[in-house]
Design a protein. Sequence first.
Length: 601
Amino acid sequence: MNIMWDNLLLMMKQLKNMKLKRKIMISLIFVSVFAILCSGIAGIIIFKEIMVENAEKLSNNLVKQIAYNLDERIGEFESTSYRIVNFQSTKELLSQKNIEDDSVEYVEKNTNFADTIIQQPSLYQYSRAAILESKYGMVYRFSRSGTEVQDMSDAKKKLNDLRGLVTKSSPIAWTVLDGEIVFVRMIVNDKNFEEKGLLCFFMNQTFFDFIDRGDELLSNENLIITNAHSAVLQNYCYDLENQSLQGIVFDEDKDYFLKNYRVSYENEEYQVTSILSSKKQWHVISLIKVRELMKKEEFIFLAAALIALVSIGFAVLFTWIISKTITRNLTLMEENMKKIEKGDFKARVRPVSYDEIGMLGLQFNYMSVQIENLIDNLAKEKFAKEEAEFNALQAQINPHFLYNTLGSVKWLAHKKNDPEVEKMVDSVISLMRFAIKKTDAFITVEEEVNYIHQYIFLQKAKYGDAFQVVYEVDPLAKEFKMLGFILQPLVENSIYHGIDMSTGEGEIRIKVSAEDHSLVLRIEDNGVGFSEERLDEILHKEKKYKGFNSIGIKIVMERLSAYYKNAYDFRITSEEGEGTKIEIRLPLYQETKEVELYEQL
């Protein structure tokens, strides 16, 4: 591991010190090859998914068509079997009694039954043999090839095996007997529902062969067909005892139309499509090997690899041309830079091309002309910077001097036992510290309200009991963050512009609460109020006025807009003689990280 790491570091060092032309070539070739390979792999994956999806869609459509044809074929066979039992010739057969099996009359009747079957193409085409039994025990037989039902005892045995599958209420059944598909119909009198006999058809295996052509995707051997009672009527080659297939073949869910599965069967992955026929509720299940769906994947991979190799070859050639063009201009610039280093400001670059690097050469020429002026400007900037640093130092000294002076005044007040003056000095110090802070800093509601307390204390010292201040601060809102220096200008506005100090009945209410995911600030006074013209002037024209910080309501609104964008709401209502109400709604912030995140937005 250490050897590999050392080799990697050595390679990085060599790359770092390599010529720019070679760096560009290696970088572009790497990026090109990486992009081509990623695109090729992504294309193969996407194309593979499209192939599978299209194959699945084709399989679904084929199975849907098979299910439709199955319904039609079964329906036609059942309806035709119903028609022949109502033929007059069939009724005569069902009414016969006590005819000997070897008599001429029986042979004639049996021939009539066979002719009836032969004359119905839908019955004759798909049935290998048929048996008709009357309620009197007479049995008539038809067979196309073979002697299975020619023997009377064999025919009666089959009838006994099949008779229990049908009833008067359910006179039709499809089943498998001795590996053979059988259709059974109980013949019932339509008027009195009396049982008249039993009709059985022994089907050809081709009855369920719906795929006549050699389809590349699906064949009859891929199909499993079960009836509404989950009896398997067609299965060429699959082991239905396999656990993977049992849940699909013997699915009792009748509330679906089409399902798709992926199952593993005999170490092979299969794409399974199961559909429930709409009329007869029979299952048609197709199983297709996934590798059959993807048999063109190898060709696609080879084609993609060939395209990738050709693309890489073109990328290498193009990279060589580009790197050579870029580095020629850079070489010229390097030579002229060395001249500039030696003090030759008349050095000029003549680009071999006028791309971005060539234009950079022209800018280099302009730079060499202006470099002396730039040196002068740097000297001026250095002087300005030193002056700014001096002013900043001076700004730091003045507050400390004032704090120390006010501290001395406070000490004298304490020494002379004047607590009122001492408290006023404390308030002034607190206000100064708060005002000197960054005014764009977010602070807690509690800090903002404490600042207002100090400010009101000083104003009360001036105006006495000319006005009262009522605080209604929700304790739950104290820890939320807000933009500092918002309430004081609004309270100051009420004191200087709202309250009539001559009455001694002035009142200012300061309310802070958390409502509906917002921090709500309300300043209300019972002062003289404003006319619409005066209110418009305060909101849109006056930025400063005489007071503690000279900040007007317009500045407050501008600060709110700058920091909260569209996430705040500012409302002011005032009527002459009725007082003024100001309401501000801000987003709820409790953590400094939330504030920083919002500032980034």
